[in-house]
Design a protein around this ligand. Structure first.
Ligand SMILES: NC(=O)c1ccc[n+]([C@@H]2O[C@H](COP(=O)([O-])OP(=O)(O)OC[C@H]3O[C@@H](n4cnc5c(N)ncnc54)[C@H](OP(=O)(O)O)[C@@H]3O)[C@@H](O)[C@H]2O)c1
Length: 245
């Protein structure tokens, strides 16, 4: 099915973002693929999709976030769906307070919070014209006290609150939602000490008895982007992990 609508997916050269780009393309949307560093992977994905372009931009840099949105609109003339998937972390045990330095806090906030903010604000005029939707990839770490590092978890909690505030502010023209994944098997964990044990643990304890796949999150992102009466929602995609005590 062909579709004239246009989606911009930040952080889509890999993992969850790549699955989101594929899911939207399968439904016929034209897709703008993005990453800050992995240019070859981003270009390869765009080439594989029926109608897609790749734009390199670091969403934590204000001019680059604005330039990314402008490039998407220049390529396709409109913007209907913005998926904020670009994100980063450091793996820091929560008791290691010194390692969670102000520099780490600033870096994670720059990408995970301010990067999302400045991409959304650049996109708002275009999304207003199309009655568009924003979906941000947050984390269960922003809902329950856990995750790769305290600054990471707090950055995702901030994005959850930003989602609700913007949903109130930008309706009725623009819907704003988030997904909060549990442990999803992606290159995010490549080379991380203890990652395999963490995956085995999750698969053993969550009600759905497996870790998540990027496609699981992509399906939830797609559904929120296409649900006309849902806004301000933060949807857990965690195999039921939030039900554990
Ligand atoms: N995997 C999980 O278990 C999990 C769980 C909860 C939430 N999440 C969230 O899901 C999102 C995607 O993670 P993933 O698991 O798919 O990891 P991934 O495979 O490492 O993908 C991360 C993507 O973000 C891009 N990126 C990073 N910093 C960027 C920046 N400043 N500007 C633009 N793009 C940037 C990366 O490309 P470059 O590095 O080349 O720029 C890559 O395309 C993140 O927001 C993460 O917090 C993941």
């Amino acid at each position: 099915m062909s579709d004239q609508r246009v989606a911009l997916v930040t952080g889509s050269s890999s993992g969850i973002g790549a699955a989101v780009a594929r899911r939207l393309a399968e439904a016929g949307l034209r897709v703008v693929v993005n990453s800050a560093r992995s240019v070859e992977a981003g270009r390869a994905l765009a080439a594989e999709l029926p109608d897609a372009v790749y734009v390199q931009a670091d969403v934590s840099v204000e001019a680059e976030a604005a330039g990314l949105v402008a490039a998407a609109v220049e390529a396709y003339g409109r913007l209907d769906v913005l998926v904020n998937c670009a994100g980063t972390t450091r793996f820091i045990p929560h008791h290691d307070l010194d390692a969670a330095s102000p520099e780490v806090w600033r870096h994670l906030y720059d990408v995970n919070v301010i990067g999302v903010w400045q991409t959304i604000t650049a996109a708002v005029p275009h999304l207003r014209k199309t009655g568009g939707a924003v979906v941000t990839v947050s984390s269960q770490a922003g809902v329950r006290p856990g995750g790769s590092a305290i600054p990471y978890a707090v950055s995702k909690a901030a994005v959850n609150h930003m989602t609700k505030l913007l949903a109130k502010t930008l309706g009725p023209e623009i819907r704003v939602n988030a997904v909060a994944p549990g442990l999803i098997d992606t290159p995010w964990f490549d080379g991380v000490e203890g990652a395999e044990a963490a995956k085995e643990h999750v698969a053993a304890v969550v009600p759905l008895r497996r870790t998540g796949r990027p496609e699981d999150v992509a399906g939830a992102v797609f559904d929120l982007a296409h649900s006309p009466y849902i806004t301000g929602e933060v949807l857990l995609v965690d195999g039921g992990g939030h039900l554990l005590g």
